[in-house]
Design a protein. Sequence first.
Length: 143
Amino acid sequence: MLSAESRVDPNVAEVAAKVIDGEAIIMNLSSGLYYSMDNVGAAIWALIARRYSLREVADVIADRYRVDRERAAGDVERLVQELLDEHLVTVATSDLERVAVLPPPGAPPPYEPPRLQKYTDMADMLALDPPMPNLRDGANAAG
């Protein structure tokens, strides 16, 4: 059961992910499914990757997007549960410190509840020929 103090980690054994231009692109290398989240969802993914607790994630989102803290907390909890259900994150088992992140400069974009978009169109192809392991680091496989 998750609590406000829970932390989740990207499932590095099965997932490759990167946030690019405000969009989180997440690929489950085991299933071949890929996902995307933009705006608020991408910010949440970045905070998860930096080891923020669910409470800290909600606090940052509420401050950054000037949204009610309870709404942010509910949206964070819902999204994290979806990420867990899709095996994209795991409940953290260590007490590693979080990595600080500075808010982006300027006015925040409008708040939209975070949404995990799931794509299945490449699952069969990726299951037959999974990406090379070095793609997890964002390296160019072509060299």
